[in-house]
Design a protein around this ligand. Sequence first.
Ligand code: URQ
Ligand code: ZN
Ligand code: ZN
Length: 645
Amino acid sequence: MATLTSKSTTAAAVVDTAAASVTAAVSQPTTNGTLSLKKIPIHLQSSQNRVLIKNGKIVNDDAIFKADIYVEDGIIKDVGPHLIVPGGVKTIDANGFFVLPGGIDTHTHMNATFMNAKTADDFYSGTRAALAGGTTTIMDFVLTEKGQSLIESFKKYRSQSDGLACCDYTFRVVIPEFIKGKTDSEMDTLVREHGINSFKLFMAYKDVLMLRDDDLINVLIKCRQLGALPVVHAENGDIIDYNIRKLKNMGITGPEGHLQSRPEEVEAEAVTRITTMANQVNCPVYIVHVNSKSAADAIVEARKRGCLVYGEPIAAGIGSDGTHYFNKCWQHAAGHVMSPPLRPDRSTSEHLINMLASGQLQTIGSDHCVFKTADKARGMKDFSMIPNGVNGVEERLMILWEKAVRPGKLDPRQFVAITSTNAAKIFNLYPRKGRLAKGSDADLVIWGPKPHVIRAENHNSNGDFNIFEGTQVSFGPLVVISNGRVVFDENGLHVVQGSGRFLPCAPNSSFLWHSIRDRERTLPIRIDRDGKDEQQQQQPNQQQPTVPRTPPTATVAAAQNGNTPLIPSMVPGTPPQQFPQTIEPPYTKENMGTPNFYKGTTRSGVRNLQDSSFNLSGAQIDDDKIGKTAIRVQNPPGGRSSGIW
Ligand code: URQ
Ligand code: ZN
Ligand code: ZN
């Protein structure tokens, strides 16, 4: 087996002298815009900042190829065979090993307070554990409480992460309530001024974080306007509340009650409901911690309906399961309590992996939300008081590799897509993150054989329990480079507190919003029955030659934004203001925006898939064009082809 060699200086030597070295500063923008100085050992600046990784098997989501990578000042300067680089560069020979883009964990909770307990990991220990597992970017949540300002909560979280995090990070802001004029304007400000491009919505945790359908719709509408992605905790909070009371009345107070209060269908129902609402509002939606086969199947059904929905299983659902809730040891069972619960159906992991392989699910997070056993014990007499959350930020890549790549269910390209690239694309950080290419941030993982057993006593999280305890894994990170600096190697972790940067994310990721904007141009049908449009006079039981598409008086977008003036037919006698009664030929897309001779779109503005692009009436949309050999069908039946693109 090839061994990892590093010529110019060994990482160990670098670090040992760290203690003795003078320091230098790294400037970093803080929430109030001032720069905070951070201490970086001087010698870590020179040789560390120029690294050559030779002979590695480079893996991107679309290719695997042998090449060298040259990194300087935190950026990948070049990728190619036999690179010639300046002298005095730290060289790592990765011959025989994979070189992957640093992992992006789409779901963590560092330094969070939840269910009256504080997470054991803050942004220092949590990001340190992430780096030890090959994750170089985390996407955390601002857990806003009712009555709090979204912006103030965001600033509070920034003040708890800036200066502590050891790897780069972004935030989604939780919306615990919708107050018209306040919530929507704060969302606006967060997107335009604070680099937030996604918001978290809860359908569970009744009376704490749960939003009702009308508020969910209001937030979805605002997200679509802003080009911000709603990420959703999908469980039916009302049913859970009922089940909790029912089970406790039956004397069930142990962690097994947690599982039984949140059955799979309670998760799947919420997935179907939110994907339907999002589709009706014409907004993409991202389902976090997809923890059951039923919820995953509900996502596939929604995609078949043409919904733009993305799904995120988590490491716990791939590497563990819900049989642990029945464990006689209370601590062991409570240690697995999270929501949605892990499922006792042991085929769930394989089901989720197959959905990742087929592209029906796109990312994997950890939902790392660790509580000390002592805090879990708050629910000793009442399972509904057990702080929900498990670990996974350090184990995420190793668990997916062990459960999916080793058995050949995923290949390394897919592994990279699921653990890094897709998240970068969805949250608009691509190709700065999620790709090994010239100009991308130098976040890399040299990945290879590293057989070991996961144990809480060896993990880097501050948690005292590990749900993957005793799991044998065969591969792992050998060297981790974050922003061009070796932060993990054979000598362990060499992180620098505060070297992680907040990553502002722009809205309207082109990977998500193109088709949404196209759909916004799809006009609903209004039948002009007050005879203004003679041309369209309908002969009784005559097969409709064409469907008159007299555009409504307001644009779809405006309509979807809820500020729709009433459609004239609803106000007898008022002539339509803006639009001509009928649209004169030629019926061009520009003129009509949509072809005018098919059965029209579904209520959510999606093309009626039964329609072919020609009909028996003889008139063809492109009659004015030269005859075409083939007809291109948009949105093929059963939704877009699998995989992210
Ligand atoms: O729901 C979440 O994502 C947070 C509150 C973490 N806890 C959990 O059980 N998933
Ligand atoms: Zn959640
Ligand atoms: Zn979470």
